[in-house]
Design a protein around this ligand. Structure first.
Ligand code: FES
Length: 296
């Protein structure tokens, strides 16, 4: 199980626990709220009439009961009466005695428990979400795009970026998402001091700088031509035409022990070249050819 799967499962479990807690609280509240109102549905006039009726109600006449002579019980002794009253007071006091406890002794009430459980559940859920997004966007420092990519021996790569006829043939490095192209002997001013070439090689980022489409190589014109909106670049990614605002982006490259290292964590942006270092186009355009192809 990968770390991503483990995090997703943890997030799902936390979400289920949170939903269960919220349902329990909602159920308790609904039980409390469902006590019927005895005056529900009675109009205000009827209630006022009932109150006035109660205010003027005349109690029914009570016929006096016939006097019956009862033999009077003997008066209890004063001491006996005092003892009975004292017992009654003690009994009442014992019944009404309220034990006061401090919050520490009383512990956590049910309401407090549910509130804290809900807060802890959603806090855990948010923390898990934050960790997941942090892991997703964290730059890969050990391999993959964003790290230093070993493209291979420099001598091998130098021979692969040319066709047998002497033309340019960019070598695509998938891990770096870059095209390796031959660098001219004399770089134009916007690349000075940028470490964008070494041993006659440059690494161009494959994304078009207009809206991010992948830019394919066009062998006939010897340039990069974007099929999305028609931006064009020469063989070293210098801007030629279209809506792109600058040259193709590129990476810092280094020769480390005879191997070419592409530092994909460092994307270098450069403005449109005032003049092209490499001629373009050298033949028909690929996107023009596509546009000219009649629809089937
Ligand atoms: S994305 Fe390449 S020209 Fe628009």
């Amino acid at each position: 199980m990968t770390l991503t799967n483990a995090v997703l499962i943890a997030v799902a479990v936390v979400a289920i626990l949170g939903a269960a807690g919220a349902f329990a609280v909602a159920y308790r509240r609904s039980q409390t709220a469902e006590r019927p109102d005895p005056l529900a549905g009675v109009s205000p006039e009827t209630r006022a009439a009932d109150r006035s009726a109660i205010a003027v109600a005349i109690p029914p006449r009570v016929e006096p009961e016939p006097q019956v002579e009862v033999e009077a019980e003997p008066e209890p002794e004063p001491e006996q009466v005092e003892e009975e009253e004292a017992d009654a007071v003690v009994e009442i006091l014992e019944t009404q005695r309220i034990v006061e406890v401090s919050p520490e002794e009383g512990g956590v009430s049910r309401r407090q428990f549910f509130n804290r459980a809900i807060t802890a559940t959603f806090g855990t859920f948010l923390a898990a979400q934050g960790l997941y997004y942090l892991a997703f966007f964290w730059p890969k420092l050990t391999g993959g795009f964003g790290a230093d990519i070993d493209a291979g021996p420099v001598s091998d790569l130098q021979s692969q970026v040319f066709t047998p006829a002497g033309g340019v043939l960019p070598l695509f490095i998938p891990e770096a998402r870059a095209y390796l192209v031959p660098a001219p002997d004399q770089l134009s001013a916007q690349f000075e001091g940028q470490s964008v070439s070494t041993d006659g090689l440059m690494a161009l980022y494959m994304r078009c700088v207009h809206l991010g489409c992948r830019v394919p190589w066009c062998a006939p014109s010897q340039g990069f031509e974007c099929p999305c909106h028609g931006s064009r670049y020469n063989a070293i990614g210098e801007y030629f035409g279209g809506p792109a605002p600058r040259n193709l982006d590129r990476f810092v490259v280094e020769n480390q022990g005879g191997r070419l290292i592409i530092r994909t964590g460092s994307i270098i942006e450069t403005p449109r070249a005032p003049g092209l270092s490499v001629q373009y186009p050298q033949g028909p355009s690929c996107i023009s050819a596509v546009a000219a192809t009649p629809e089937a």
